[in-house]
Every structure is written in structure tokens, then in C-alpha cells.
Design a protein around this ligand. Structure first.
Ligand code: ARG
Ligand code: ZN
Length: 851
């Protein structure tokens, strides 16, 4: 018997399982192509929902099944094993099974697989069913005991080590958990060890396990782990709960990292770091992801999701927590700007296209397709808004209540919100709509001044998204401040709570008309539409006390300038150039902040901005005008660039906020300086740099200026043995390629001996860079569309998850002209017509085509 084609699953159909699990014993006899998994599971019938025993299982070769040690009748399909209720005891029983699996041939990197000779697992969301038959759903939480048998020196699983001997090791995890948090690792690994004492005085052994050769890239990650443990105790009162915490670095991994209980598994690119091989951006990412996975121990593991529709319950909250941690470790102002850049680039883009969905989706075919910017980053924005609306004190009280009430449970967004309703006495039902209405609200504002009273009149509306034509007003916390003409702040940060389509707020008793700073700190994830002249923008750029809005004003000036250049060839306003120059030279301002101010809007951002203004974006014009503006800035700032470059030498490398800020500004300056000095400074830096940030920065500056081929070759000769640096080598060539060359360069790189399509990092280095190179991806000949489609078709049978994710490259296709749309449609239809296309990719391409 076989099951039907992939089905759509609906939130409204949720029902408890027929059986709960008390305990699980697993024994793994590891072997590359014939691993035996023996399971012994104690089930209890669920009296609230009785029925057959239904277990998930895929790609398993079943050897035996018993119930209470005796033969039992069962039925299997490609996806399930079922035992009739009539054939089962109506009291707790022991189910035992043995299956065989083949980790070595598992290229999907889901379930148990091999990477560079080591065994590892990835079970979230539904990978455990590729390991053994089990109720693979997050509401089934159980205590796991695991025995691993192999000749490999290191054998790890969740929880605490229980016993070990020659060729075996046993692990016991006392905390009930869903199967998606199961993990197993075995290999020839080295441990970088550390130690932590929790706030109640318990000692915890810490390890980062890596392959030989990577031992010297663990120290930073270890410190980040310790900092995260301290932070979660101090800020949320959350303590670690096992004797040991292990992290393992794996080269082949579909995503960033995974929070398996007591045994986090990381993409090596997200945990390994050293000054010579990693950029500041990598250090920052490593710190943030280590924190993220660690914080999941409470928000995700101790309290988990009832079903996968609730994914944002753990992801939105955990992203919010890691953002606050990074802000505390570095700079909140800089971090907030980076978050908004990412939110706009990924989540607003998603919300504006065919893949738009609720923070809590209501249906899916393949849950892996919903690990999205909307669930993660908009999910985090919703938590930030909640905190703004109820205040810090109520926020932390509500979190305490949530932890206390739901520890050990699998819960829903309703449970989360209820904790805050009970803490504050407020009705949060309207606020909760953020989870069930997709789309980015447009917020417009008009100001009137009348005899000492300033009135701000807001109107909000959200455009239709797939399956949701009618939108209701959202609850918006709008943070506002007022600034007098002399630059002093007359009204400090004030939260206006908007709940209706149109609403006015007044400020009375003002002696003169102030300038309003609106949506400070980006207090709600909306698109603010506000008519403002360049003079007012420049005034706020110079005088606003809110760092986000200060940056935003510079950003708006840059965007207005570029849009005018693209649409009708208008020369940049000298007021913009002057304001930017003043900002850059203001040494009282944080260098990291100044670097962000100097960065121009991305091509993709401009394409969306033009689309919003009703103009069909021409990718070539966008590319050319951005290049033109870079040259204009280089020449307008000619006299200040050399000094800025020299003064921001950070000296000895330290990956902290201070050093990385200086390097960020210095590299942004170098990119312009290279247009003036023929590359002299960049070449010199490339030769002398002792850290990857500056070495790669110099090389990128040269490549962006159309030179640097010699340096590119010597970079290869220096680093060909280091796979993570080689990912950068692949990536940067495609990322900065001129539009008409990008597809050709990417194509050539796929023929390079070091290109390995089965390694997601390498595949993404080339094709992630190709889609991020807006002009190159949308080159008029359509070569990049075709190249990407060719490779997605090749990758799909090997790794559906990474293939499906990369399809997002096409999600904006409806923005462009008819020719481009026709070329993209051809490629999407070609992908969809591929025989045996995975369910993952089928779902993504169908949703994109339905636009
Ligand atoms: N829970 C992991 C994290 O956010 C990510 C798992 C992603 N899984 C997936 N199938 N896409 O840290
Ligand atoms: Zn997460």
C-alpha cells in the first residue's frame, strides 16, 4: 500500500495523538550503509482521543516489530506504520522494532547522515521519522535513553553521559522532549573544553567538538556560549539544566544550527572563527547563533510547540532574545539598524510577493518551507511590539509566568499571549492578529499645527496577500519624539498606540512648531509613508536623538537621490552629499554607525521601492545609477577619504564592537577610495592585512572596481585548503560581478574542481551570491535564470530542502517587465515539469507561479 501525493495540513485539524510516549530506548549499531536502529518505546493510550497506533517512518527497512514482546499485526506504507486499536492493549505497552538505514547515501541531510566521515543528525522538523518508526510530532514528549555502538572514539547523544565502554556509549536525557530535538554524533572529533557554574552553583562541562585542524577556531564560540549562559540567567532568570552542554561543528548542514537538547549541531560556518579566516560579520554571526541555539533550551526545548504551525512560538521569541543579547554585547543602535535592514530585505520582500504568509501559517504541504523570514524575523518583531505596548516590567513578569506555567509542555501562541493577558489584565486579542494576518501595513501620516497643538493623523492599510484579500487594522506601537527648531528635544520617546484604520494624536502646549521624529527605533514592522522635504530630513539627520531615525533619514535621502537618478537622470542634491559628508566626519559618532550611513541601499531594495512607486524597475539602470553614485561620492569626498581610512585603523585584531566598527567604516571608505587611487591602498592592505576582514575587504574593493584578478589568484593559493575561506572565494566573485558577466562567472565556478554541489555551503556560495547580485541575476539575456534553474533541477533529487529554499530567488518575478517575466515563467515551469520533483520544491515553485 502507498500513500497519496503530499497533502496539505491545516492548523484547524489539530487533534491530540492516540498514544503518548513515556520512555524511549534506542540502540544504534552504526555502519555507513547498514546502521541498525533498535527501539523500545513505552506507549500509553490517550483516553481523550483513542484509536490506532500511528507511527511515522520513511526510507526505513523494517526488520521486526513486537508489542509486549509478542507478534502483532501491523500495516506499513511509504510513510507510516499502523497497528489497529483492537490489536493493542488498552493500557501502557512496550513497542519494539528494528530497522536498517543508510546514513552514507543520505544526501538530503535530514535524519541520520554522514558528513566528512562523521555521523550526525538533523531531525527538525520531521527528520526523526527517517531514523525509526515513531510518533514524529512535537506534542509527543518523552524521556530518551540512547546507546551508540561503533569503533569511533567520540559518540554523543542528548542529555548526560550514563555509561560507556569499549565500542559503546550510553546517554540519558532526563527532560521529556519531542523527537525533533533528538541528536546523535559519532566521529573522530576533538573537544575544545570549557566550564560553567550556574547561578545555583551547579557545574556544567562545555565542549565544542570539531574535526582535527579546526581546534584553533573554537575559542570565540566557547566564550559566546559562556556569555549566553550568563545573560540568560541575568536577564530571564533561566538556568541550564544538564551536567554537560555539547556543540558539534558539521560541514554539511542545510541551515545554520540546531538546538538539540544538550547537543547542539552547527553548520561549521556558524561556529568556527579565527581572525585570519573569519570576517567580523562571521564573528558576529557565530556569537548570535550560539546564543540563539542556547536560548532555545528554554524557549523551544523546556517549552516546545504543540504543532508546527506554532513554529514562531519558539523561533520568533528566540530570535528576539538573541537580538537583545547581541545588542547588550555590542551596540543596540547598530544592531537595530542591521535588524531592520534584514527585515526589509527578506521579510518585506516575502510579504510583498507570492510567498507571503502569516507569522503563524494556517496550512502547509512541507513544513521545511516555513522556516522563513516571516516566522523568524517578523515573529521577533511581534515580541518587540508586545514589549513596547506593555512595558519592560510586565514583559518580564509575563515571561516568568509563561515559563512557570508551561514548563515541560507543548503549547500554542494562545498560551503565550494568555500569560501576558493574565499579567497585565489587558485584552490582547486584537494584538494577537499579528499572528494571523499576513502583509506589511502601510502607515501614512499627516501633520497639522494649530496654535500650540501638533496633531499627527495616521492612516494604516495592508495590501492583500495570497488567500487574504481583506485586511483589518493592526495594533501599532508608534514611537514618537518631538524636536524644536534649535535641535533640543521637547517631547521624548512616547508610544502612540494605534488600533484603528485612521487615528489622530495631539501634543498640546508647544511654544513653537517642532519637527516630529516618527517610528523611532522602528517600533512596528510597517512601511512608513511620510511626505518630507530634503531639508527636514537633513534636520533630523543632524538633530534626532534616536539613532535608528537618524540613520533612516540618511537612508531616505539616499533613496530619493537614487530614485530620481534612475527615473529621470536628476543629479544628486548637493544637500544630500553635504549631510552625508558631515555625518562621516563626525568623530563623536560610532564608526559602525557611520559605516551603516555610508552604505547605499541595495539594488533589490531599489527595485522594490520603484515597484511601490508604480515604476517597473529596470535592473540595468539600477545597477548603473548605483555605480554612478558611488563614483560621485568618491569624488565628492575625495579630500576626506584618505584621512578617514588612516584614522580608522583598528590596530591589533579584536572581534569586538569597537574594532569591528572601525574596520566596517574603513572598508566602506576603502571601497570608494579604490575608485580614486587606482587601487593602491587596497593592494597594499591586501598584502599586509593580518585578518580576513581586511584581506577580503581589500579584495572585494578591487573586484568591485573591476580589477584584482591577480589578488584573487593569490587568495586562492593562500587559502585553497580552508573550506570556509574557499566559500568566500566562490561567493565574492559572483557577488561583485558586473551584470553581464555574473552568470558566466557562476557557470565557470561550478566547473571548478572545488565546487561540490552536495555541500550546501558551497552551493549557496555560488547560487546565493548569484541571486543576491540583482543586476547579474536579472541580466537581460536571462542566462542567470536558466543557470539557476539547471542547478536546482540537478540538486533537487539529492537535497530537496536546500533546493526549495533557493527557489525564493524567483519570488519577486512579478515586479519586472514582460520579457523577464516570460523568461522566469519558462524556467519555473521547466522546474515544475521535472519528473519526480520533490514535494518541497513542488510546493515552492507552485506558490511562486500562482502569483
Ligand atoms: N530550529 C533551528 C533554529 O532555528 C532551525 C531548524 C531549521 N530546520 C529546517 N528544517 N529548516 O535554530
Ligand atoms: Zn531557532
Amino acid at each position: 500500500m502507498t500513500d497519496l501525493a503530499p497533502q496539505t495540513i491545516f492548523l484547524k485539524d489539530y487533534a491530540e495523538p492516540h498514544h503518548w510516549v513515556e520512555t524511549v530506548h534506542l540502540t544504534f549499531a552504526l555502519s555507513p550503509r547498514a546502521t541498525r536502529v533498535r527501539s523500545k518505546i513505552v506507549f500509553t493510550p490517550n483516553d481523550k482521543n483513542t484509536g490506532d497506533l500511528i507511527l511515522n517512518g520513511e526510507q526505513l527497512s523494517l526488520k521486526s516489530v513486537t508489542v509486549n514482546g509478542a507478534y502483532v499485526a501491523y500495516d506499513t506504507t511509504d510513510t507510516h506504520l499502523t497497528i489497529k486499536q483492537a490489536d493493542l492493549p488498552q493500557e501502557p505497552f512496550t513497542f519494539e522494532a528494528e530497522v536498517e538505514i543508510s546514513p552514507e547515501t543520505n544526501t538530503a541531510l535530514e535524519g541520520l547522515y554522514m558528513s566528512s566521515g562523521m555521523y550526525c543528525t538533523q531531525c527538525e522538523a520531521e527528520g526523526f521519522r527517517k531514523i525509526t518508526y515513531y510518533p514524529d510530532r512535537p506534542d509527543v514528549m518523552a524521556v530518551f535513553t540512547v546507546r551508540v555502538e561503533s569503533e569511533l572514539p567520540v559518540m554523543l547523544s542528548n542529555g548526560n553521559p550514563q555509561a560507556s565502554g569499549d565500542g559503546w556509549a550510553e546517554w540519558h536525557d532526563p527532560w521529556p522532549k519531542p523527537a525533533y530535538l533528538f541528536a546523535l554524533v559519532a566521529g573522530e572529533l576533538l573537544a575544545h573544553a570549557g566550564q560553567f557554574t550556574t547561578m545555583s552553583g551547579k557545574d556544567v562541562e562545555l565542549n565544542i567538538y570539531v574535526r582535527k585542524g579546526d581546534e584553533d577556531k573554537c575559542a570565540f564560540g566557547m566564550q559566546a556560549l559562556i556569555d549566553s549562559m550568563v545573560w540568560d540567567e541575568r536577564v530571564y532568570g533561566r538556568e541550564y539544566d544538564l551536567d554537560i552542554f555539547n556543540i558539534v561543528a558539521v560541514d554539511d548542514f542545510n541551515m545554520g544550527a540546531m538546538e538539540n537538547k544538550g547537543l547542539n549541531i552547527f553548520n561549521s560556518s556558524c561556529v568556527l572563527a579565527s581572525p585570519e579566516t573569519s570576517t567580523d560579520a562571521t564573528f558576529e554571526r557565530v556569537e548570535g547563533i550560539i546564543a540563539h541555539e542556547y536560548f532555545h533550551n528554554w524557549t523551544g526545548n523546556r517549552i516546545t510547540c504543540r504543532d508546527w504551525f506554532q513554529l514562531c512560538l519558539k523561533e520568533g521569541l528566540t530570535v528576539y532574545r538573541d537580538q537583545m543579547f547581541s545588542g547588550d554585547m555590542r551596540s543596540h543602535a547598530v544592531k537595530r539598524i542591521e535588524e531592520v535592514l534584514l527585515l526589509r530585505a527578506r521579510q518585506f520582500r516575502e510579504d510583498n510577493g507570492p510567498l507571503a504568509h502569516n507569522v503563524r501559517p494556517e496550512s502547509f504541504v512541507e513544513i521545511n518551507n516555513f522556516y522563513t523570514a516571516t516566522v523568524y524575523t517578523k515573529g521577533a518583531e511581534v515580541i518587540g511590539m508586545l514589549r513596547r505596548l506593555i512595558g519592560d516590567e510586565a514583559y518580564y513578569k509575563g515571561c516568568d509566568l509563561y515559563f512557570e506555567r508551561h514548563d515541560g509542555q507543548a503549547v500554542t501562541i494562545e498560551d503565550w499571549i494568555k500569560a501576558f493577558e493574565d499579567t497585565t489584565g489587558r485584552d490582547l486579542s486584537h494584538f494577537q492578529q499579528w499572528y494571523s494576518q499576513a502583509g506589511t501595513p502601510r502607515l501614512s501620516v499627516e501633520e497639522t499645527w494649530d496654535n500650540g497643538t501638533l496633531t499627527l493623523s495616521f492612516t494604516q492599510s495592508t495590501p492583500a496577500t495570497p488567500g487574504q484579500d481583506v485586511k483589518k487594522p493592526q495594533v501599532l506601537p508608534i514611537m514618537v519624539g518631538l524636536i524644536a527648531q534649535d535641535g533640543t528635544e521637547v517631547v521624548p520617546n512616547t508610544i502612540l498606540e494605534m488600533t484603528e484604520s485612521s487615528q489622530s494624536f495631539t501634543f498640546e502646549g508647544l511654544s513653537e512648531r517642532p519637527v516630529a521624529s516618527i517610528l523611532r527605533d522602528f517600533s512596528a514592522p510597517v512601511i512608513l509613508q511620510r511626505e518630507m522635504d530634503a531639508k527636514t530630513r537633513a534636520f533630523l539627520l543632524a538633530n534626532d536623538t534616536d539613532p535608528f531615525n537618524t540613520w533612516e533619514m540618511g537612508r531616505m535621502l539616499a533613496k530619493d537621490t537614487l530614485v530620481a537618478m534612475i527615473v529621470d537622470g536628476t543629479e544628486p542634491d548637493p544637500a544630500y552629499l553635504d549631510a552625508l559628508k558631515t555625518m562621516l566626519s563626525d568623530t563623536r559618532k560610532d564608526p559602525a554607525f557611520r559605516a551603516l550611513c555610508l552604505a547605499l541601499p541595495s539594488q533589490d531594495d531599489l527595485a522594490q521601492t520603484l515597484t511601490d512607486a508604480g515604476v517597473t524597475p529596470d535592473p540595468m539602470a539600477i545597477y548603473e545609477q548605483l555605480e554612478e553614485l558611488r563614483h560621485i561620492l568618491a569624488s565628492a569626498f575625495k579630500d576626506i577619504l584618505p584621512a578617514l581610512y588612516a584614522d580608522n585603523d583598528a590596530g591589533a585584531f579584536k572581534p569586538d564592537a569597537n574594532g569591528s566598527g572601525k574596520r566596517a567604516l574603513r572598508m566602506a571608505v576603502l571601497s570608494l577610495l579604490t575608485l580614486n587611487d587606482g587601487g593602491a591602498a587596497a593592494r597594499n592592505l591586501f598584502e599586509t592585512a593580518d585578518n580576513m576582514t581586511e584581506q577580503a575587504g581589500a579584495l572585494t574593493a578591487l573586484l568591485s572596481a573591476g580589477t584584482g584578478q591577480e589578488e584573487l589568484a593569490s587568495f586562492y593559493a593562500q587559502w585553497f585548503h580552508d573550506r570556509l575561506v574557499m566559500d568566500k572565494w566562490f561567493m565574492m566573485q559572483v557577488a561583485v560581478a558586473a551584470p553581464l558577466e555574473a552568470a558566466h562567472i557562476a557557470d565557470k565556478l561550478t566547473q571548478h574542481a572545488d565546487f561540490e554541489m552536495k555541500n550546501p555551503n558551497r552551493f549557496r556560495a555560488v547560487f546565493g551570491a548569484l541571486q543576491a547580485n540583482h543586476g547579474g541575476f536579472h541580466a537581460p539575456d536571462g542566462a542567470a535564470y536558466k543557470l539557476l534553474a539547471d542547478w536546482l533541477i540537478k540538486l533537487d533529487p539529492l537535497n530537496p530542502q536546500t533546493t526549495a529554499r533557493m527557489c525564493g530567488a524567483f519570488e519577486t518575478w512579478k515586479r519586472y517587465d514582460a520579457d523577464r517575466q516570460a523568461m522566469i515563467r519558462t524556467q519555473l515551469e521547466r522546474i515544475l515539469a521535472t519528473p519526480n520533483l520533490s514535494g518541497d520544491t513542488t510546493e515552492m515553485v507552485s506558490r511562486i507561479l500562482a502569483a
